[in-house]
Ligand binder design. Structure first.
Ligand code: NAP
Length: 437
């Protein structure tokens, strides 16, 4: 028997488990360990609550979870309840599928002011991550600045702009829906340090901004490159730029009944955040691109009012003591996922926060092949029996997949009308709910 421990129950974790099942058949036991009592990581806490069709991928993970040789071990924090070294003693392979839940921070003066928020915190808040329940983002001001031109910036802008009705069918958590209903936000400025041809926004997601009830995008047509240059773009990017061109052509009359503006400010780099205790304004420097398409400041600076700034500039994997780490890239140091024989990383923890959810599938399969090469038939380790004994001796209360199904039922049962669930946002409440059935 081979024993595998996967740390993290998001897409990278479940695709790796699926691949290991395919590779080893019945001859493997896989424990998927998560610090929270609920599974699915990024799917539950990262994917936007109004993108339920994307969240449905969790059904595929559930199929894996319900097989005999896979186990969910929730409410166990690696680093606190058990160390990596202990797991390596117990399992033939330990796979870090811990994602990249920490924000890359804006290293500019003023970024410590109140009202400056990273996307991990803001997204976690509206998705009910227990770490961010108390965020209370300041939604009483009119002006929000969102830094970054990727899909997370789009998610954040869209969530800020939607009306209550537009959240029908979503699983946005109650505290966020209530706060957004009372929001005074009128202008959302998306700051891109480069131009329309350098955005990291995908067409479907960008297209959604043009269909909002009370909000309308605004783009200065002068920022758009010559239309003929679009031919050089790859097809997905060309589609995205087509949306930008449509937004740049929106006539003023169309805006008359729109109360929220989503302003794309290209070639604009934040250089300072100003305010007395809390953010009040952002100093933005105009940029131009060099021949390598890198942005360089021109020295022309303007100040824009700002009541809340949300930076959506990428994520980092939290380091784990004793595991080699690439500080510059914010991920574990590995050779294609092999940190050392017996210790691996996969998904965003391996390659950084790029790609779609599906990108994690080939990643998982590649790691399973590598593990097969390294561990042979296994070294007679204790695996899950050893883990259970150790956690019991430490009084750790582990949450099983069956418990999760009870929690899930309780969340479905308390959903508001039309919503798929009302998530528990507190670990204690999650744990209490496992006993409801
Ligand atoms: P991203 O795609 O890497 O975009 C980050 C953005 O931040 C880029 O526009 C980047 O500009 C900008 N940026 C970085 N550092 C900056 C700085 N110091 N100052 C100003 N701007 C800065 O990251 P993301 O939006 O966090 O998304 C992460 C991954 O999740 C992506 O693969 C994304 O596609 C995926 N995702 C997908 C969906 C979906 O499919 N619905 C939703 C959310 C996220 P430069 O290009 O100039 O570096």
């Amino acid at each position: 028997m081979r024993h595998l421990a996967i740390i993290g129950s998001g897409p990278a974790g479940y695709y790796t488990a699926e691949a290991a099942q395919k590779a080893f058949g019945d001859d493997v036991h896989i424990d998927i360990i998560d610090r929270l009592p609920v599974p699915y990581g990024l799917i539950r806490f990262g994917v936007a609550p109004d993108h339920q069709s994307i969240k449905n991928v969790s059904r595929r993970y559930e199929k894996v979870a319900l097989t005999d040789n896979v186990r969910f071990v929730g409410n166990v924090s690696v680093g606190d309840d058990i160390s990596i070294a202990e797991l390596q003693e117990l399992y033939d392979a330990v796979i870090l599928a811990t994602g990249a839940p920490n924000d890359r921070t804006l290293e500019i003066p003023g970024s410590e002011l109140d009202g400056v928020i990273g996307s991990a915190a803001f997204v976690g808040w509206y998705n009910g991550h227990p770490d961010f329940t108390e965020l209370n983002p300041p939604l009483d001001g009119k002006n929000v600045v969102v830094v970054g031109n990727g899909n997370v910036a789009l998610d954040v802008a869209r969530i800020l702009a939607k009306t209550e009705t537009e959240f029908a069918g979503s699983d946005i958590v109650g505290h966020a829906l209530e706060a957004l209903k009372a929001s005074n936000v009128e202008k959302i400025t998306l700051l891109g340090r480069r131009g329309p041809h350098q955005i990291a926004m995908t067409p479907k997601e960008l297209g959604e901004l043009g269909k909002l009830t009370r909000a309308c995008p605004r783009i200065n047509p002068d920022d758009m490159p010559d239309e003929g240059d679009d031919a050089m773009l790859e097809p997905g990017m060309r589609k995205s730029v087509t949306h930008l061109r449509a937004y740049a052509a929106i006539p003023e009359e169309y805006r008359a009944d729109k109360s929220v503006e989503i302003d794309f400010d290209f070639f604009a780099m934040p250089v300072e955040i100003q305010g007395d205790g809390k953010v009040e304004a952002v100093v933005v420097e105009e940029t131009e691109l060099d021949t390598d398409m890198r942005s360089n400041g021109t020295g022309n600076r303007t100040t824009i009012p700002c009541d809340m700034l949300i930076s959506c500039i990428g994520y980092r994997t939290p380091p784990i003591e004793g595991v080699p780490y690439e500080h510059g890239r914010g991920r574990f140091a590995s050779d294609e996922g092999r940190i050392m024989p017996g210790l691996y990383c996969v998904g965003w923890a391996r390659r950084g926060p790029t790609g779609t959810i599906g990108t994690n599938r080939p990643d998982g399969y590649a790691i399973a092949d590598m593990i097969a090469e390294d561990i042979g038939n296994g070294a007679g380790k204790q695996g899950r029996e050893g883990l259970d004994a150790l956690l019991k001796s430490r009084g750790t209360d582990l949450v099983t997949f069956r418990d999760w199904k009870n929690i899930e039922q309780a969340e479905i049962g308390r959903a508001r009308d039309g919503a798929p669930r009302e998530k528990f946002v507190d670990v204690e409440d999650m744990i209490k709910a496992r006993g409801v059935m």
